[in-house]
Write a protein that binds this ligand. Structure first.
Ligand code: FAD
Length: 170
């Protein structure tokens, strides 16, 4: 896996703080590829190694630091599970704390490119935390916004509770 930005730059986007996106790879301000912002297969390909096939077992041991996809799956599991255990009628104080948590989460999310987009999305899609069903629906919409951005299929938000709380109906 390369540790520095490549010499040949087909596309380059320079961002505040010295961060860059070159040929689709996200680099931190220190010029090194951001581990939690990139897919490991893209980093392998960058290093001249063959892109890993989805059919093959992961090339890295399970106890390696996460890439963007591993981090994302774990994070969505946490976020949707929080909505699944959220009260049906939360007290006003909990609603405020939940909104504050989401703002902080949006700032601290370890993939900074993802975090910036998530913060922007939340500016126009203010968290809806007045009940479990509202919060679960909002989180599903948040996840779908990322799915769309990544060219993935949207999830049917009418099924968020089956996926994350009750289990699938027979
Ligand atoms: P995931 O998208 O991680 O989904 C996990 C499971 O959740 C799915 O198998 C499905 O059962 C269920 N699911 C899918 N959609 C929904 C939904 N709408 N509602 C409820 N359940 C659903 N990655 C990037 O490359 N670029 C980004 O900018 C980026 N931004 C992110 C922002 C946030 C806040 C988070 C938490 C993650 C972000 N990710 C980003 C990671 C990305 O969303 C995926 O987690 C990652 O690509 C792995 O995808 P996956 O196909 O394994 O399933």
């Amino acid at each position: 896996i390369p540790t520095e930005a490549p010499e040949k730059k087909e596309t380059e986007k320079v961002l505040p703080g010295g961060k860059k996106i070159i040929n689709g790879i996200v680099y931190d301000a220190d010029g090194k590829p951001c581990r939690t912002c990139n897919d490991m297969s893209a980093l392998f390909a960058l290093g001249g190694k063959k892109k890993r096939s989805a059919a093959l077992p992961p090339a890295l041991p399970k106890d390696c630091p996460p890439d963007v996809a591993q981090l994302g799956r774990s994070s969505w599991t946490l976020l949707h599970s929080i909505t699944a255990t959220y009260p049906e009628n939360p007290a006003p104080a909990l609603q405020n704390e939940t909104s504050a948590f989401l703002r902080t989460f949006g700032k601290l999310y370890p993939c900074w490119v993802c975090a910036e987009d998530f913060q922007e999305w939340m500016k126009v899609n203010t968290p809806r935390v007045s009940s479990r069903s509202e919060f679960g629906q909002w989180m599903c919409e948040a996840h779908n916004a990322v799915n769309v951005k990544l060219g993935k299929k949207e999830f049917d938000c009418g099924k968020w509770e089956e996926r994350w709380r009750t289990g699938w109906k027979d």
